[in-house]
Write a protein that binds this ligand. Sequence first.
Ligand SMILES: [Zn+2]
Length: 470
Amino acid sequence: MLEEQKRKLRITFAGGAGSVTGANFLVEDVLSDGTVNFSFLVDCGLIQNSSHADPANWRTWPYDAKKVDVLLVTHAHTDHIGRIPRLLYEGFQGKIISTHPTKDLADVMLEDTIHIMSHDHGHHIEKMYTEENKKKALSYWTSYEYHQRFNISEDITAEFYDSGHILGSAMIKIYFGNSTILFTGDLGNSPSPLLPDTEKVEGVDYMVMESVYGDRNHEDRDERRKKLEEVIENNYTNKGTLVIPTFSLERTQELLFEINSFVEGNRIPKMPIYVDSPLAIRVTDVFEKNIKYFKEDVKDQILKGDNIFSFTGLRETLATEESKHILKTQNPKIIISASGMSTGGRVIHHEKNYLPGKENTLLITGYQSAGSLGRKLEEGAKSVFIMREEVPVHAKIEKIKGYSGHKDSDHLLEFVDGMVDTLKSVYVVMGETKASLRLVQRIREYLGIRAFSPEENEVLEIDFYKTKTK
Ligand SMILES: [Zn+2]
């Protein structure tokens, strides 16, 4: 006999609501008597504002880590996976599920987070961020291909769609009862130099979507290539050092790919180009192992024998001594280094050395969060504090917006528009409040779809019916 069971899917916006970083969404399958049948998380990221790890990371979670059954991971950026060690420390013993490349990248990214956090104390950080917890996380980890639908519980299944944001990045479509909900993770700024375009997803009823650039548009790709070439040429003429603070994951590889094409096409003058980030070097290795996830024309280029991340003049500096030696080398030169928002890493040493020189240039290529050193430089600060020392800024500050890994406002809207026939509600998260609210307003006004921007720890419930054999 068939029985119709009334259930609720309850979503708690535990992180990434009202802020770009710290993505963490709890989803519970609640029975009609109010008991929780099953629960899973989507992402467990670090909150990263002006520092690598904001104190807000250690606030009590609105859930018990021991009772969470599954963690689904959209992609390997630290603001989506960086609190996994805390989850394990608090007793999580469930499965972690992502695409194959995300698992490979998470290994490298978590290693780096542990390395950075090992210098922090308090809040039991030193007990969370251990090599042992990383190993445990990887032992819990299962990976699937895009479009390989899998069960996360008896009644709920999921499927990964390529979001085109970074290698392995996925939107996660959840099927429950007769409804679906899509967690977008971060949405790629397609066309990307390396990755396929964001896939079209059909039959989505509810959506939890990112909005980093909900209120702004980017320069287009031809513009950004032209600007990059121009900045490199000007640096050569000025006999300066061009410092590019950049994200180790994806942005560095995109830049190497673009510079590779400039060098091989003899479009820029010869000068040494340093990749001064051990993490970026390791991530590039993972990219080289996962070329089947690149877009078709990049795969063709590789098949023809081009090593797309390597060219004459490129120097990778793994050891600290090699990094320090860069200062003694002659201009003109280029230094690509992390972190991307100048919140730490080797790049701040280069900034301290090169910002005072008017012959030098600092090139910002991505989103800079409020309060970060990168944001201060982007906003034209005349002097900044680096490692407690006041540093005058005489170097030129240049910006290329088009290198962002995120869709801009118009493309986010276009993405929502592609699902307009089935969408019932859109929950706009992972953006600064102003950006999220602007996107909410645009979705309502232009597309006539219900849209909301939930606050942190806000809870929403979606009714659904499950047919069961009695
Ligand atoms: Zn991301």
